[in-house]
Design a protein around this ligand. Structure first.
Ligand code: SF4
Length: 365
């Protein structure tokens, strides 16, 4: 169905969909620590925090993190006064640290505000808040009539209305269907009911159409074509980039540095690396933190995947002779440093007991 057909969807069908899914939601809503109980007023801080955590992370993973966060920083004021390093340590494993930094910046801004911005336009003024997060917070926390369009909601709508545009262009098309439908009673519950339906019933594979409240108005179901929607996006091969990570050791310590603010893992504490390039060439000591050392190449490469590329890092290890200036972190307490997952993988590459004497290798190495 094309956009031109949108006007032909009678209001009665839209109202029917709203009514059915809201009554399904009342019986089947998922329980989350950040979600208000039925009839309760949502806590905007909980909604905002969870939406930031849920970007690119599953609800199952976020559950634990969220509980730890609100135990330690129960409200925005507490979060605004937190030490950024403590937040980054708690964030470990949740993906991009820029989100934690933006969360902290937003908390500081909001702590001075008389009230939480309620409309998407106001929310988008907060650091790191894009159109999806703004729509999600506005609808869930403040009943603003807008539907945040995520992958689940795109899938539900593409099937409901047999929207035959490729996944890459689907969001814009779905928006044309959701915007008139967002208006009506309980906008926040309506948005969450669509999220839940997409996650639990209208699953990517084998949707549970027999349990779906929208079965009788789902055009893909009625035509036996649920597996054809959404129309898949063309598969794009991710590029592979290469580089070297340098693990420099001295008596029970490891050399770390702050990465430049701009770029991937910006501002994070990390072992020094070369740039990460598709056509990488090892340029000897050019990027190593200490020149003239006998760098050992670890037998295993570290492989890590970012959103747009795969990274293969060769790990080189050496014992420092001149102790260059920088951060020398004790290996024993390394878990208290907010290290990105990639850097943990790099350090794990070095066998336990790697000798400070370059002539002595640990057993099995
Ligand atoms: Fe999805 Fe099936 Fe429900 Fe249609 S009937 S919305 S395909 S679960």
């Amino acid at each position: 169905m094309s956009v031109n057909h949108l006007q032909k969807i009678p209001n009665i069908i839209r109202d029917n969909i709203r009514r059915k899914i809201l009554s399904w939601y009342d019986e089947n809503r998922r329980i989350f620590p950040w979600r208000a109980e039925k009839g309760q007023v949502p806590n905007p801080y909980y909604v905002y925090l969870s939406e930031v955590m849920l970007q690119q992370t599953t609800v199952a993973t976020v559950d634990d993190y969220f509980r730890r966060f609100i135990k330690r920083w129960p409200d925005l004021k507490a979060l605004s006064m937190a030490d950024l390093e403590d937040i980054l340590v708690e964030w470990q494993g949740l993906g991009y640290y820029s989100r934690a930094r933006n969360l902290h910046k937003s908390a500081k801004l909001l702590a001075d505000f008389p009230c939480f911005p309620q409309a998407p336009e106001g929310l988008m003024g907060l650091p790191g808040v894009g159109d999806y997060t703004a729509a999600a917070v506005a609808s869930i926390a403040f009943d603003h009539p807008i539907i945040p369009i995520d992958g689940n909601i795109m899938r539900v709508f593409s099937r409901l209305f047999r929207i035959d545009v490729p996944f890459t262009n689907l969001k814009r098309e779905v928006f044309l269907y959701t915007s008139p439908m967002a208006k009506g009673e309980r906008p926040g519950d309506f948005a969450q009911s669509l999220m839940d339906l997409g996650a639990v019933v209208c699953r990517p594979k084998n949707p549970k159409c027999d349990e779906c409240p929208l079965q009788t108005c789902c055009q893909a179901f009625l035509k036996g074509e649920t597996s054809k929607f959404p129309v898949p996006k063309e598969r794009i091969q991710k590029l592979v980039r290469f580089g070297i990570a340098y693990v420099l050791l001295r008596e029970g310590q490891i050399f770390l540095e702050k990465r430049p603010e701009k770029g991937l893992l910006g501002g994070m504490t990390a072992v020094p690396t070369t740039p990460w390039l598709v056509d990488f060439v090892d340029q000897g000591d050019l990027y190593s933190p200490e020149k003239g050392l006998d760098w050992e190449i670890m037998p295993r490469q570290v492989k890590h995947t970012f959103t747009h590329f795969h990274l293969h890092l060769t790990v080189k290890v050496a014992v420092s002779q001149n102790s260059p200036a920088g951060i020398w972190a004790p290996l024993e307490t390394l878990e208290t440093v907010a290290l990105p997952t990639l850097m943990k993988k790099v350090i794990e590459c070095v066998p336990d007991g790697f000798s400070l004497d370059p002539c002595v290798k640990p057993q099995g190495y």
